[in-house]
Design a protein around this ligand. Structure first.
Ligand code: AMP
Ligand code: MG
Length: 510
């Protein structure tokens, strides 16, 4: 790759639409990290159509949602016009993919337009995904198909509503062009918003080149963006590693608390910010199974549900490797200190996982055996293949004396459930909250709705095959408020037929 070259691209189809929207972009990445990107321009869309604008997020970013859905806004979201202050670039990064190292991946089909400071003073990246070839595209077409774009929109917004740190979707646009995959599909562009797009793989890219000056600049940039309190401390780079360990330990625990399986936890898909990124082959678990894996390419189960903490730690060890020269000039001491930081992941994950389980069960941590109680519930679920989401959601009714929905869910498991319920009742009563308070706490901790695979697939099929966005809109509306009851949409809370889950496979969605 050649850094900072402008790739030749077709001009936008409609030059008249170049009347670009004003957006107050800042470009700290372009400014501070020369050598870590290639300037590039979006290829444009022949017949763009706005499929969905995230109006709340637009407002949060200080943008005018009406203006964003105007012709000028669409031109930007479709890559037909670049706002005056944007400096589109493809970021360079490397990555360990399924354990093997690729020294150069980079944004092959994404462009960072720049950063906006939102209404809360937070700096957010605005990027187009599917906007055409970049110097990192290798043999790829730089494009995205409509289905995966809507999937990322839906999954990201669902995760956000579940309270889990994630990149967000600002808009989905149909390009009017087709893309060639296993079949010919409609093309689309997602506008992605992120706390930053810095990845473990971004550090690996520089470390692999042995450029310590640039590595330090990158680490300083990450600290400015995500851990500003570390600046000027005696050991800022070790501190950065520890901060990422902490964020990822918390993130993976939260994923697991909603049954989320990322599916492709390569180091280029793991952020420094602690946000979930890259909703390719991800899926939510239905019946509880620690070995659940849905991705068609994950044949060994490397990224299975229960493997996620171990993989996160493995990825963090790759970050530690990259940071070694900054942590201590003495190699042995650097390795020792970085190693301890990575080792601490296990304890930090355990802490966060226990906290997640306590919240989900309405326990307060005053009893040492909370974890045993939680683990026994998970064991029951696993043994009898009980739906993970509903097993928690229905505890709220049980807290108020109505065990019927929970009993129905556990079907013929009779005594095993009753024994566990008795222990749970004793524990929650010892906590001392009223039944009503306990039920309310459980309802705010346990979603009724997750993006169930069969509903997601049905919504995407309607959009792709019949140009019908209504099922997507309906599902999104419910997933934006996953803890509330939506009586008209209660069917969206129901598990898929078992044989469907058995055969369900996700694809990398490129
Ligand atoms: P992902 O599987 O989306 O995390 O992508 C892995 C790598 O492949 C990244 O460097 C992407 O930019 C690149 N890539 C994925 N799809 C395409 C595509 N259609 N065209 C060019 N590059 C791609
Ligand atoms: Mg990726």
């Amino acid at each position: 790759m050649q850094a900072n070259v402008t790739a030749p691209h077709d001009p936008p189809a409609d030059p008249a639409s170049r009347a670009a929207l004003y957006m107050p972009f800042d470009n700290s990445y372009a400014r501070d990290l020369e050598g870590m990107y290639a300037r590039s321009s979006p290829a444009g869309s022949p017949a763009p159509r706005l499929l969905r604008l995230n109006r709340n997020l637009a407002e949060e970013l200080g943008l005018d949602a009406d203006e964003m859905s105007s012709a000028a806004g669409l031109a930007m979201l479709a890559g037909n016009a670049v706002p005056a202050l944007a400096q589109p670039l493809a970021q360079a990064y490397a990555g360990h993919q399924f354990g093997g190292f690729s020294p150069q991946l980079g944004d092959g089909r994404a462009l960072l337009l720049g950063e906006l400071v939102d209404r809360h003073g937070r700096r957010r990246d605005i990027a187009l995904k599917g906007s055409g070839r970049t110097p990192f595209s290798r043999r790829g077409d730089g494009r995205a198909a409509l289905g995966p774009v809507l999937r990322e929109y839906l999954m990201g917004e669902a995760m956000h509503a579940l309270g889990i740190p994630t990149t967000r979707a600002l808009a989905a646009v149909a390009t009017g062009a087709t893309v060639q995959r296993a079949q010919i599909l409609p093309g689309a562009i997602l506008t992605r918003v992120a706390a930053s797009h810095l990845r473990v793989g971004t550090f690996e890219y520089i470390a692999a080149r042995g450029d310590e000056v640039l590595l330090r600049r990158l680490a300083d940039y990450a600290i400015t963006r995500h851990d500003v309190a570390l600046a000027g401390t005696p050991a800022p780079y070790l501190g950065l590693l520890q901060a990422v360990v902490e964020r990822q330990a918390s993130l993976v625990a939260r994923w697991m608390g909603v049954g989320f399986i990322h599916g492709v936890m390569n180091t280029d898909n793991m952020t420094i910010s602690g946000e979930t990124i890259d909703y390719g082959p991800c899926a939510f678990m239905e019946h509880f199974d620690p070995n659940a894996v849905f991705s068609s390419i994950d044949t060994s189960g490397r990224y299975a549900y229960g493997n996620q903490p171990a993989i996160a730690q493995w990825n963090l060890a790759r970050l530690a490797d990259a940071l070694l020269p900054l942590i201590d000039a003495d190699a042995e001491s650097a390795a020792q200190r970085a190693g301890a930081a990575v080792e601490a992941f296990a304890e930090r994950f355990d802490f966060h996982w226990t906290s997640v389980l306590r919240l989900k069960l309405g326990l307060d941590g005053s009893s040492g055996d909370d974890r045993a109680l939680a683990d026994d519930y998970l064991k029951l679920m696993s043994q009898y293949r009980i739906d993970f989401t509903l097993a928690f959601a229905r505890l709220a009714d049980a807290a108020q004396g109505n065990d019927t929905p929970l009993r129905a869910l556990f079907g013929g498991t009779g005594a095993a459930l009753e024994l566990w319920l008795k222990r749970w009742r004793e524990r929650t009563q010892a906590v001392g909250t009223s039944q009503v308070e306990l039920a309310a706490a459980l309802r705010s901790a346990n979603p009724i709705y997750i993006p169930r695979n069969h509903h997601v697939e049905a919504a995407l099929a309607a959009a792709v095959e019949r140009d019908n966005l209504a099922p997507f809109e309906r599902l999104l509306r419910v997933l934006e408020h996953p803890f509330d009851e939506h009586p008209a949409d209660i069917s969206l809370a129901e598990p898929a037929p078992a044989e469907l889950t058995e055969n369900y496979r996700t694809f990398c969605g490129t």
